[in-house]
Design a protein around this ligand. Sequence first.
Ligand SMILES: [Zn+2]
Length: 443
Amino acid sequence: MKPLLIRGGRVVDPAQGIDKIADLLLQDGLVRGIHQRIDPPDDAEVIDASGSTVCPGFVDLHCHLREPGYEDKETIATGTRAAARGGFTTVCAMPNTNPVVDSPALVEFVLRKASDEGSVRVLSIGCVTKGSNGEELAEMGELAQAGVVGFSDDGNPVVDSNIMRQALSYSSAQGLPVINHCEVPELFQGGSMHEGWISNRLGIQGIPASAEEIMVSRDIALAELTGGRLHVAHISTAGTLELVRQAKDKGLAVTCEVTPHHLTLSDATVMGVRDGGSPFDPLTSSAYDTHAKVSPPLRGLADVAALVQGLRDGVIDLIATDHAPHNRVDKLCTIDEAAFGISVLETALGSVMSLVHSGEIALPWLIDRMTAAPARFLGRSDLGTLREGAAADVTIFDPDAEWTVDADGFASRGKNTPLDGMTLKGRVVATIFGGEVVFSASP
Ligand SMILES: [Zn+2]
């Protein structure tokens, strides 16, 4: 492997408080240094990064790679290629595959497959319960030994409060978080979008904000009871944000994540309203967009604004994609029949960069929430930073490049995005994983 010199970019490494124009040298799979000017070693490959931002490779705590069992939606190979295209060098795979990842053998399958066929690093999340059916705890100790980085029944909430209590108790013994998809089934069943005036207007059964908030509230109480480490997946409402804020004020081991879509899209997207449009306009043929059906649902504008505020003030610990690829058939149907989920990895940066361009979030802070913060969450000092000796995982992006989303061109098998055809500003130029270029926008 040749040394790689990345020359003249704006190097942003929040873990070290670095934000300056500099050269970055990668050698033998590790970061060698950041300096004003580095003379390239004799055999080095030089990448000109002037005008671009150079930062640690993004770390995604929450994605669905679908393998084994749902290879029609995604595979570890296609999902990690999508990750590389999106600037992600580490992704954590959720266990709701078929079979689910509730045993060491399945963890080993995912990790081996990833090292054989993956473009980037894959970490495995194990189930909370056997079969992910919420009835009996999985062998959490064995899963931890096999290398999982957390426990989740994502796709399903952990409904039984006593099971959740036990999960938080046992996982704290492993020093690992329980990542819960918080939604009370009695309130979300049958719903396809956020409950509000737009769901009323469209005649679609809604999912109230309280469906999420009730379970978040319960889980925080259980985290306090057990001392366990709770991570609330993909928060979507202003109420949830307040609950997490209060839990943190109390000093509980509670963290949370937010997705790019919950930060940038509202329930008006289900109406087919796009940039510049208004929910008061007449309905167009884009209304009832199944690609905007996601769990938890896209919420109202006040929720979106609250989440952006929560990201800015640090109550929200990190950005995670909840990349949820589906095949065509899963979305070419009525909104009631459609599967929940958005294919996110390849649009994540372009989406969240809108918050930087609007002045709502500072670029270094955004990068922190996608690199240093998730790496810290995982307890990995070798990831999410460009410190000397860290893994040579680097993302180079042009913050000002405009591009049009073309879902058909995704590396992901999931072409399911409500952003298809939209223009985003901020594009990955190259992704380097372990010192090797795994994606380059230029031929
Ligand atoms: Zn979920």
